[in-house]
Design a protein around this ligand. Sequence first.
Ligand code: ADP
Ligand code: DP6
Ligand code: CO
Length: 360
Amino acid sequence: MAAEEGQWVLMATGRSPTNIAVIKYWGKRDEALILPVNDSISVTLDPDHLSATTTVAVSPSFPSDRMWLNGQEISLSGGRFQSCLREIRKRAQDVEDEKGIRIKKEDWEKLHVHIASYNNFPTAAGLASSAAGFACLVFTLGKLMNVKEDYGELSSIARQGSGSACRSIYGGFVKWCMGKNDDGSDSIAVQLADETHWNDLVIIIAVVSSKQKETSSTSGMRDSVETSPLLQYRAQTVVPNRVLKMEEAIKSHNFESFAKLTCADSNQFHAVCLDTSPPIFYMNDTSHRIISLVEKWNHSEGTPQVAYTFDAGPNAVLIAPNRKNAALLLKKLLYCFPPQDNDLSSYMVGDKSILSDAGV
Ligand code: ADP
Ligand code: DP6
Ligand code: CO
């Protein structure tokens, strides 16, 4: 470390997209290590629309670790941030940059970091900001500290920040394998198919509310594990079967099966929330109206035209099999929920050109 030179700063920046689960993670068997009660499967979204961008800086002049989220300083004292920092620091390597700053492996333990992160979408509103945020934090810290671990290992560190974050380490379709080991060493994410697979799919996000949710995912799922009898049945009996079918549907581009599984799993996850005591209501009337609109359309055509899924919040994630259906869906949404309607503040589209295809 060129400590005698005093005031140098070394920085790294990274960007990670959020991911939306089509088979949901809801419930932990170990709170501290963040080990889930079932496998889950997700689609990683396009980073232009929903991502976290994080810059990490290190300097001998920083007396402590600090973090700013969307411009506001937040506390790093929570166990999750500490776990990620500790696990990455443990794996740090020698660094030498082009300006001659040299940091030795053993010096990382003594140095402090400043972290600034921005989300380009609503934070803590049920669009998986914790997934993008912790994946980005781990990835960017790893870049700064020249960590050489593979993505599986990084996913297991991101998992200790927020469970869903382990899946955002990869693009495309991703499975988080719950693992069997008590130490969490086999609870990692694996890529099922990369971002070029099933390129026809279009994802539309209807932002019903960008307000921060009342019940965080962490406390909501803790209450569900403690009180919902449906959760155990879901984790042990329903999800293992659905995961197999979902993997098959993704592999073979089978939209009918993909859509049926996605909608059923979202509905069962929200049923578990309702089965929790006291019940948790993540969806609102607008969310329910969006479900009805899609269900009526799918029913009238006799086969799924669009899939819907809702995370722990009221915002709808709608998945169309092609641009034609995405355009039709947008038309229907804009007719039923004009953007000036206060309930529905905006639409975010996976592929911008769809907006003009729909003639809006
Ligand atoms: P969401 O549905 O948005 O994932 P959660 O309740 O799961 O909501 O998580 C929200 C929490 O995730 C925030 O309070 C914050 O601690 C963390 N978080 C969100 N964005 C970031 C980010 N960019 N970097 C680090 N942590 C983040
Ligand atoms: C409904 O990963 O946010 O989005 O592990 O406690 O941080 P913690 O929870 P989090 O939960 C996500 C729940 C979900 C479903 C999913 O992403 O699989
Ligand atoms: Co989250």
